[in-house]
Design a protein around this ligand. Structure first.
Ligand SMILES: Cc1cc2nc3c(=O)[nH]c(=O)nc-3n(C[C@H](O)[C@H](O)[C@H](O)COP(=O)(O)OP(=O)(O)OC[C@H]3O[C@@H](n4cnc5c(N)ncnc54)[C@H](O)[C@@H]3O)c2cc1C
Length: 374
């Protein structure tokens, strides 16, 4: 029997997926109880800037989120341009007509996505229980506990600055093996990080090179720098449920395997899971997430398969080809658009010596990307 008000739907984890699930439950007229192992929402993050991607659909991500019943009362700033540096340090400007992404900040501070979702959940009557680690949901529910291991890690600095607003990226295996380094500046605050998909054990070295690189190119001015970091996992489950326990967000492995964007997929999958349980049709979740996310994730995984093989020469060629005259949002939209050949490739890549998407079921290694290396 649950220790929340009856009859609640229980949710483990108060990240975007868990809180979106709770809001969907509440909209469907049921009670929701969210357990969070930490003392506050967003405690996994540190006030860092993250991007809410706006390229996987023609529909604007804010419209999609609003349609889930989520109010846009968190800070979100549209960005239309990124200055990208290739492995030789040559800058390339990438622009889009519509917002490429919305800058949001994560953590427990005023204006963060996490705090806004918490406020909305409380207003909707959701019960939130902090400092409560949940290991099992014997009566069913939604598991939204975030990542279980690292397929990608980020390490960086947060700081205050007098630099002008801007979004910058650098693609080079010397700065971020098989990933990218980034610098985001907005309203006097900055986030600089390296995002690695390989060679995790040298994260410190890559971070210092990233700092040196951006300093050289842009003259990074950091006041009160603080280190931060985190990890993410992606996998493509056959099923995102075990009986009446539904898995959503990163706990299910739903995250873009190409670049590690997970917020949008967490909100979507959480909301789908909450709605399915609240309407008494848990089996509907399998159909719904597959319809919305499955082919996107397969396509993004295939993209990663190719990206893994590009190396510095390939990154350089790619950036030169698509700078300036291409609308980068449209280009990314096409790159992420599900296609039959990419799905077929995904199945071929699944048999690769070093599997693309590790399986949640068979892996208990936190650093599995490293463990498989010689
Ligand atoms: C450094 C970094 C930068 C990122 N940048 C971006 C970006 O720019 N754009 C983007 O889209 N995505 C980005 N991501 C990924 C994105 O943050 C995640 O995909 C997203 O937060 C996943 O949401 P979630 O709700 O599934 O999990 P989480 O946000 O991880 O939330 C899970 C919650 O569950 C709690 N919890 C865990 N275990 C339990 C338990 N047993 N019982 C109770 N509570 C539990 C945790 O404390 C946490 O609060 C980034 C990730 C990192 C680490």
């Amino acid at each position: 029997m649950s220790d929340c008000q009856q009859p609640p739907i229980e949710i483990a984890g108060a990240g975007p997926a868990g809180l979106a699930a709770a809001l969907a439950v509440s909209t469907a007229g049921r009670n929701a109880c969210v357990y969070e192992r930490r003392g506050e929402v967003g405690s996994r993050f540190h006030g860092d800037f993250q991007g809410l991607e706006n390229w996987t659909t023609q529909m604007d991500v804010l419209d999609e989120i609003s349609a889930l019943g989520i109010t846009l009362d968190f800070e979100h700033t549209p960005f239309y341009e990124v200055l990208g540096f290739d492995p030789d340090g040559v800058p390339h400007r990438f622009r889009s007509q519509k917002p490429l992404f919305y800058l949001v900040h994560r953590g427990s501070e005023v204006g963060s996505l996490d705090l806004a979702l918490k406020r909305q959940a409380i207003a909707a009557g959701v019960e939130l229980r902090f400092n409560k680690l949940v290991r099992h949901l014997p009566h069913g529910g939604v598991v939204t506990e975030g990542p279980h291991r690292a397929d990608v890690i980020a390490a960086g600095y947060l700081f205050e600055t007098d630099m002008a607003d801007g979004a910058y990226a650098a693609i080079s295996d010397l700065l971020a093996p098989k990933g990218y380094a980034y610098l985001l500046v907005h309203a006097g605050r900055g986030t600089l990080a390296t995002c690695l998909f390989d060679d995790f054990h040298h994260e410190h070295q890559y971070l210092e090179r990233t700092l040196e690189f951006f300093n050289d190119k842009l003259g990074v001015r950091m006041q009160n720098p603080r280190r931060f970091g985190g990890s993410g996992n992606f996998s493509l489950p056959q099923r995102a449920h075990k009986g009446n326990v539904l898995y959503a967000g990163e706990a299910a492995g739903f995250q873009d395997p190409l670049f590690g964007f997970g917020i949008r997929w967490a909100l979507l999958s959480g909301s789908l899971a909450g709605k399915a349980l609240a309407t008494g049709q848990p089996e509907r979740y399998q159909r719904d997430w597959r319809q919305r996310l499955h082919t996107f994730q397969q396509t993004a995984a295939t993209n990663r398969w190719f990206y893994n093989r590009l190396g510095n020469r390939g990154y350089r060629g790619l950036m030169q080809r698509y700078q300036n005259d291409t609308d980068i949002r449209e280009w990314l939209y096409r790159a992420y658009k599900p296609r039959l050949w990419k799905r077929t490739w995904y199945h071929l890549a699944a048999n690769d010596r070093r599997p693309l998407l590790t399986s949640l079921e068979n892996c208990d290694c936190t650093w599995c990307r490293c463990a498989k290396r010689p």
